[in-house]
Ligand binder design. Structure first.
Ligand code: PMP
Length: 402
């Protein structure tokens, strides 16, 4: 069979299972109001939680560096790509997370590959939550493929007892990895309990706070600081810059030796081109805003509270949907079947609201869901509009017997 025939068969299979993914091309953007294929849509599926991606301060800072310093970084950090903009951003990230040092990565995906492969015990285990982000799953698999003495194990979602069962089976010194805020459920990991358990078993806890950094904690320092934990409790902290920060890139923050070890041993750090310096400058401007203006986070929290109060009231009487008990910007509504989630998302889109229809393999089979993401840039009117469109879409879909 030729590659072409094999690919066509696999694509047809995915289409038949209602799991085919398609991209929408955004042609105009202003806050949460966007235009896709000529249709205006209110975006309830981006991770721009604070609405900073089009903030004038970020744009100005990046533009200034583009004019004075050029576009590309030209090389990897270890060759000649590490500019003082990257350096300043690393210092600001260390400050924001209250850690001795931080190291920039091009993406969160790469930061996770880097930290897990570089820090995995040479003879021992990497243990991750079953609902961790795909990049942490891939990272664990890569670590065990690179070294057959490294095992990759997974514990039941947020179940400390199951983690303890695994910790009992492996040598001391395991690397335990968890999302801080779970990307498809919106819940926050039980970080204080995880840290205590890791301490008991001399394991190292690493937290991927892609969805917590910028949103949680005073001045957006993230889920670890919000839980009152320090670098001793959670030695490895990873955050991303493409979500609440409104920019692009990612970082790991921790001790001096952690960062030096990543610089020496983390292949996804060493063998890739540094972010363009203008991106570093835009990220830095965002952190400066967050240091001085807590109103972005306060508005996001007010929108989360408003959405939940209204959504709980509206959806309570509909036994066929479940609003997960999330206190974060990620508000999933479980509809179970792929067909149903696609039908409801399409109806919302016709009504002018853009919501993610999340299906397996991103989430477990039978838990297809609408992933509604809230932002400080949403107005209450937009939230009201979404919820009344959702109520109508659910009614219409129940009537059609999909
Ligand atoms: N971790 C989590 C929990 C994420 O949700 C994501 C992005 N969806 C990543 C890591 C990867 O980050 P990036 O998009 O910067 O590669």
């Amino acid at each position: 069979m030729t590659l072409e025939t094999q690919l066509q068969a696999r694509l047809a299979e995915r289409q038949a299972a209602q799991l085919y993914r398609q991209r929408a091309t955004v042609s105009a953007k202003c806050g949460m109001a966007q235009e896709v294929a000529g249709h205006p849509l209110i975006n309830f599926c981006s991770n721009d939680y604070l609405g900073l991606s089009s903030h004038p301060s970020l744009i100005r800072a990046a533009q200034h560096v583009l004019d004075s310093f050029g576009f590309g970084s030209g090389a990897s950090h270890l060759v000649s790509g590490h500019s003082h903009f990257h350096h300043q951003l690393e210092q600001a990230l260390a400050h924001a997370t209250q850690r001795p040092r931080a190291l920039l990565f091009s993406t969160g995906y790469m930061a996770n590959l880097a930290l897990v492969t570089a820090l995995a015990p040479r003879s021992g285990a990497v243990i991750g939550d079953k609902l961790n982000h795909a990049s942490l799953v891939d990272a664990g698999q890569l670590a065990s493929a690179q070294n057959p003495k490294t095992e990759f194990l997974r514990y039941k979602h947020c179940q400390l007892k199951d983690l303890e069962r695994l910790l009992n089976k492996v040598p001391a010194g395991a690397l335990v990895v968890t999302d801080g805020v779970f990307s498809m459920d919106g819940n926050i990991a039980p970080l204080a309990d995880l840290a205590a358990l890791c301490r008991d078993y001399q394991a190292t806890l690493a937290v991927d706070d892609a969805h917590g950094f910028g949103c949680l904690g005073d001045q957006g320092g993230g889920s670890v600081l919000a839980a009152g934990l320090s670098v001793d409790d959670v030695p490895v902290y990873m955050g991303t810059l493409g979500k609440a920060v409104g920019g692009f890139g990612a970082f790991v923050a921790g001790s001096e030796s952690l960062i030096e070890a990543l610089i020496q041993f983390a292949r996804p750090y060493v063998y890739t081109t540094a972010l363009p310096p203008a991106i570093a400058a835009g990220n830095l401007a965002s952190l400066e805003l967050l240091q001085h203006d807590v109103s972005f986070i306060a508005t996001l929290n007010a929108n989360i509270a408003y959405f939940r109060q209204r959504a709980e009231a509206l959806l309570a009487s509909d036994g066929s949907v479940t609003l997960l008990p999330s206190q974060t910007a990620i508000q999933p509504v479980i509809l179970a079947s792929e067909t149903r989630v696609l039908a409801v998302a399409a109806a919302l889109r016709s009504a002018g609201y853009w919501v993610g229809a999340i299906r397996p393999p991103t989430v477990p089979a039978g838990t297809a869901r609408l992933r509604i993401t809230l932002s400080a840039a949403h107005t209450k009117r937009q939230i009201d509009g979404l919820l009344s469109a959702l109520t109508m879409a659910l009614k219409a879909e129940a009537g059609a017997g999909v």
